[in-house]
Design a protein around this ligand. Structure first.
Ligand code: DGL
Length: 268
């Protein structure tokens, strides 16, 4: 297989990483992708660091059976906690969500006050603060854990006119607006679906999707390495560690269209 034709391996704790896969497919429709969702163990965001690292190593061990040209850690929680161990264990070009979104926020903020909305584990890790400070030493970063947002989105509750969505978002956004942030990073796979709802509450704030930033950074990385696939029409495969049918049906929420490609359940 020509190295350009190899797969981009994408993994997440479950289904939310499809927002990253979707951004990648929209940006690079001719790339071959393999997605692994660890649906048997989700959510990662409430788990201990050790568990998240162990799960992430298993996820990548599975994906590494395929011929990969790049690995994308789509899960913000896994990227914030397990990246180092994955870099130690696997000889693959590794891309993620935290560095690209941090870089964008660090460059776009005007008042150097940046908010992060993420899972409890991502907030606890301090990974966003660390990356943002690398690009902007003046930046002050305020992390807001948002534990209700993952179940909300997985139950199709993300539309801006949904009163429940509005109430919950207002509660999470209030501490960030009090700190007068001018930029917010959506530091979780699920939150890009809430973009319209968030912008309707804080229209004055620049809101950055970590999923889109990840796809843009992957494109930059593959282009500069001469690794973009030249043939037309990418192939897409999906694997999960639990209930393929449930994943297939719920994918509609995250892709906003039917999945193209089969979903297979595997034990890892
Ligand atoms: N994929 C996770 C993230 O981006 C959210 C879901 C979970 O907690 O597993 O942080």
């Amino acid at each position: 297989m020509n190295s350009r034709d190899q797969y981009i391996g994408i993994f997440d704790s479950g289904i939310g990483g499809l927002t990253v896969a979707r951004s990648i497919m929209e940006k690079m429709p001719d790339e071959n992708t393999i997605y692994f969702g660890d649906t048997a163990h989700l959510p990662y965001g409430t788990k201990s660091e050790k568990q998240i690292r162990d799960f992430a190593v298993n996820d990548v061990t599975f994906l590494n059976r395929f011929s990969l040209k790049a690995l994308v850690i789509a899960c913000n929680t896994a990227d914030s906690v397990a990246r180092e161990v994955l870099e130690e264990k696997f000889d693959l070009p590794i891309f993620g969500v935290i560095e690209p979104a941090s870089r964008k926020a660090a460059h776009e903020t005007k008042n150097n006050r940046i908010g992060i909305m993420a899972t409890a584990a991502t907030c606890r890790s301090g990974a966003y603060e660390k990356q943002i400070r690398k690009y902007n030493a003046e930046a002050e970063v305020f992390a807001q854990p948002c534990p209700l947002l993952v179940p909300l989105v997985e139950n199709s509750r993300y539309k801006k006119d949904d009163p429940v969505v509005q109430i919950i978002l207002k509660e999470y956004l209030a501490p960030l607006t009090e700190k007068e942030v001018d930029t917010i990073v959506l530091g979780c796979t699920h939150y890009p679906l809430l973009m319209d709802a968030i912008c309707s509450i804080v229209p004055q704030i620049n809101v950055i999707s970590s999923s889109q930033a990840a796809a843009d950074a992957l494109y930059e990385g593959l282009s500069s390495g001469g690794m973009i696939r030249e043939e037309k029409g990418g192939e897409h495969r999906y694997y999960v560690s639990d209930d393929a049918e449930h994943f297939h049906d719920n994918a509609l929420i995250f892709m906003e269209k039917q999945l193209v490609g089969d979903v297979e359940q595997v034990s890892i």
